[in-house]
Design a protein around this ligand. Structure first.
Ligand code: FAD
Length: 411
């Protein structure tokens, strides 16, 4: 039996490794294994994720995978400090005292925010799928919390698409985040990078580095070869329109990511890992990787400047050299000394995640499609809601493999 897996991201690699025990599996990858979780090899000789990555204690599937490859000893867990940048100043927002001292939200607003977080745990978020997030927050918590707190976060997470997002998404997200067992957001990172996991997951697989094109004739044909089953794990926009229609797959809107990664001799904040940017800047969040991992692991400070946009947005389509200047200009506003810069790289992902727009819950893709033996797994699968994550894609890869095993009577 022959199975094609399209995409060697974490979903594709997971599905391929399970299915390889039962079938002849070919993985097609048009760029590099690891997909959005892939890394860059710096001139200094270390690997670093092109886009910032960390995990959570509750990421069961990811942690199991890490354990399976005997990499658990590489995991580092820490409470990561967060901050909020207002104009040119960065305010830490971690302890109750820091939150009380934050001057741009009134005491009443802080209480409203705390109550909203508490209440979100018990709500049926699905009821709010058709409601817009901006409208929902305005009605429930008020204009000032919306403008001073949520708007910057929404812009940082969804760029110019933030107005389309559903209120259900926010409620679901707040609920899973506030339900986390460990207070103060304990995050995990793999010393030496998640590249080590990607390499282990790739071992032994038959990967063809070419763009796959799926055709449906008498059967399922990928790049001219017949397959008994196809697992599609790439962005749905990569599927031919007619195949997509025949398979009954909804149109899903994706957002793009542009991320500047900087190697430097100096840092911006003393100890904050994640800073959300309130005011309009080229980037919506600054992630100081070496305020989480020791700088000695790299021999230099590492800073990500993250932006979300649309595939046809100006940011996604601006040349690297222009973007570098824009990112550095905005970074200087927070005290970064350009003389400390070692290098700056720009990474882009055209399809970096679905926009959790109004009505999105109805669009989540099932593993089985209307086309016999064509399966879908990845960022639009149920485990990747309300957060698309490494854990969600590994879970989707596992679940689709289970469905195929059942359909073909493996075992
Ligand atoms: C900026 C950013 C930050 C993130 N931070 C975190 C984080 O901190 N923690 C976390 O858990 N997750 C994070 N994620 C999310 C995580 O990286 C993804 O959810 C996960 O890696 C997606 O895996 P996937 O296999 O579903 O999809 P992808 O990684 O997108 O894999 C799909 C693969 O298909 C390939 N492909 C596309 N078209 C074709 C074609 N026609 N033929 C062949 N191959 C094709 C692509 O090249 C890609 O390798 C982040 C993502 C981004 C963009």
């Amino acid at each position: 039996m022959k199975i094609a897996v399209i995409g060697a991201g974490l979903a594709g690699l997971t599905a391929a490794s399970i299915l390889s025990e039962y079938a002849d599996v070919v993985v097609y990858e048009k760029e590099v294994e690891g997909g959005l979780a892939s890394s860059w090899h710096t001139e200094k000789g270390y690997w670093i994720e092109k886009f910032y990555h960390h995990c959570f204690r509750g990421d069961k599937e990811l942690l199991e995978q890490i354990k399976r490859y005997k990499l658990t000893n590489k995991l580092v867990w820490k409470v990561a400090r967060v901050g909020f940048a207002h104009e040119d100043r960065i305010y830490p927002l971690n302890t109750p005292l820091e939150i009380l001292k934050y001057p741009y939200l009134s005491f009443t607003d802080k209480i409203k925010l705390a109550l909203f977080t508490y209440k979100s745990r018990r709500r049926n978020y699905k009821e709010f799928d058709e409601k817009g997030v901006v409208e929902g927050i305005r009605e429930e918590i008020g204009e000032s919390v919306l403008n001073e707190f949520f708007m910057p976060l929404l812009r940082s997470k969804f760029g110019e698409n933030h107005g389309e997002v559903s209120y259900a998404w926010l409620l679901a997200r707040v609920s899973i985040r506030s339900n986390r067992k460990y207070s103060g957001e304990e995050l995990g990172y793999m010393r030496g990078g998640f590249q080590q996991l990607v390499e282990k997951m790739t071992e032994g697989l038959n990967i063809q580095y070419e763009r796959a094109s799926l055709k449906v004739g008498g059967g399922l044909i990928v790049n001219g070869r017949d397959y008994d089953a196809v697992v599609f794990t790439s962005p749905l926009s990569e599927l031919d329109g007619t195949v997509r229609k025949a398979a009954g797959i909804a149109e899903i809107k994706y957002q793009s990511s542009v991320c500047a990664l900087i190697g430097a001799e100096g840092k911006v904040t003393e100890d904050i890992y994640w800073t959300n940017i309130r005011d309009r800047r080229v980037f919506g969040a600054m992630i100081e990787h070496t305020n989480f991992m020791p700088v000695k692991d790299y021999g230099e400070e590492l800073i990500y400047l993250a932006s979300y946009t649309t595939p046809d947005g100006w940011l996604y389509n601006t040349p690297d050299e222009d973007l570098k200047k824009l990112y550095l200009k905005d970074l200087k506003k927070y005290g970064f000394n350009e003389g400390d810069l070692n290098w700056i790289e720009i990474f882009r992902a055209k399809y970096s995640g679905p926009i959790f727009e109004k009505g999105y819950l109805k669009k989540l893709t099932d593993y089985r499609t209307l086309l016999k033996n064509l399966y879908i797994a990845g960022m639009t699968s149920p485990p990747n809601y309300p957060e698309r994550s490494m854990n969600g894609s590994i879970k989707a890869g596992k679940e689709v493999a289970e469905v195929i095993k059942k359909d073909f009577g493996f075992e």
